[in-house]
Design a protein around this ligand. Structure first.
Ligand code: ADP
Ligand code: MG
Length: 316
């Protein structure tokens, strides 16, 4: 058996590739294509992300963590649309075929993919510098897709969770900075195990006017909503949610990390003030931390209470 046939076998036999009980997946791994039947009344949404070793995650990282984070970050895009995760494909470029590495990588992916109902249906494998391309697919009712272009003047602006931890964690996970073990564990997980807000996104899609996930810093990402919706915003930096751990570790820079750091994978959304009660109910029921950080206005973008640089993470 050739090197890459072996790799395909690992993924074909993985439990996350099992299509038993899935009426929507007519064909999974093993043929020339996968075949999908989109459930009646639903539409298909999909999104692709590429992660390159040394650019999007550190060299020589734990393969299970790489697999877990790759799924989490990509699924966050489905969460942002309010979609239900359904299946994914995997483009894998590997420097060599290390069976142990692959098994751990696959287990890390399965750990998060399986509980989300996200099944591996195909992919491609080639040789080269370690690069992971994931295409995730989800289902959503046509009229309920939460896009970026619906924000209205007067809407409230919200974010879920706490911001800034993952970007502040980078020097910790790369070993450039040493912190106490409890902080290490916290920031390690905040970088390697982001929590895509899938259930939150699915519940909120009915009440939001626009929604996206925060991957490049809320100050930068919110501006995508503003330009897509042709509106402006005023946010209050003092209301940006920051964890106690970030406050403790980076007291002077916590807010800068929270506003401009990347890799949070929280949701940012807008909603009419008439929805406040509904949003409280949804987020409390789901135990989803959620903070009102500002308002949609006619034009411009103002961050009150912050005087630093607002440029978020730039990939190139
Ligand atoms: P082809 O040459 O027809 O493109 P391949 O040999 O690349 O076929 O793939 C054979 C089967 O294995 C296909 O069903 C494909 O989707 C699957 N496959 C290949 N690589 C991966 C991977 N990294 N993850 C999941 N499935 C894969
Ligand atoms: Mg192929």
């Amino acid at each position: 058996m050739k090197e890459f046939e072996l790799i395909q076998r690992i993924f074909k036999d993985a439990s996350m590739s099992n299509v038993n009980g899935r009426d929507d997946i007519l064909l999974g791994i093993g043929d020339d294509c996968a075949q999908i039947k989109v459930p009646t009344g639903q539409t298909l949404v999909f999104s692709m992300d590429t992660l390159v070793e040394g650019r999007h995650f550190p060299y020589d990282a734990d393969p299970a963590s790489i697999g877990y984070r790759a799924i989490a970050t990509c699924v966050s895009d489905l969460a942002a649309m309010g979609a239900k995760p359904a299946f994914f494909s995997l483009g894998l470029t590997l420097p060599n075929s290390d069976a142990q590495w692959l098994a751990a990588f696959s287990e890390g992916m399965a750990e998060i993919a399986e509980p989300l109902g996200l099944t591996l249906v195909g992919g491609d494998t080639t040789k080269g510098p370690l690069t992971i391309t994931l295409q995730v697919h989800g289902y959503i009712e046509e009229s309920l897709c939460s896009v970026r272009s619906g924000a209205k003047i007067g809407d409230d602006i919200y974010v879920t969770g706490c911001l800034g931890d993952a970007s502040a964690a980078v020097p910790i996970v790369t070993g450039e900075m040493v912190v106490a073990s409890d902080l290490f564990e916290y920031f390690h997980d905040r970088y390697w195990r982001p929590v895509p807000r899938v259930i939150g996104g699915m519940a909120l899609k009915r009440v939001v006017t626009s929604m996206m996930d925060v991957s490049d810093g809320v100050a930068q990402d919110l501006q995508h909503i503003l330009s897509a919706s042709d509106v402006g915003a005023v946010i209050d930096a003092r209301s940006i949610p920051v964890s106690d751990e970030l406050q403790k570790w980076q007291p002077t820079n916590a807010l800068a990390f929270a506003l401009t750091g990347g890799d949070d994978y929280e949701l940012c959304f807008t909603a009419s003030p008439s929805m406040r009660e509904e949003i409280n109910l949804i987020t409390q029921t789901l135990h989803l931390p959620c903070t009102n950080i500002g308002k949609i206005v006619e034009t411009g973008f103002v961050v009150e209470g912050f005087s630093g640089d607002l440029n978020g993470w730039q990939h190139f």
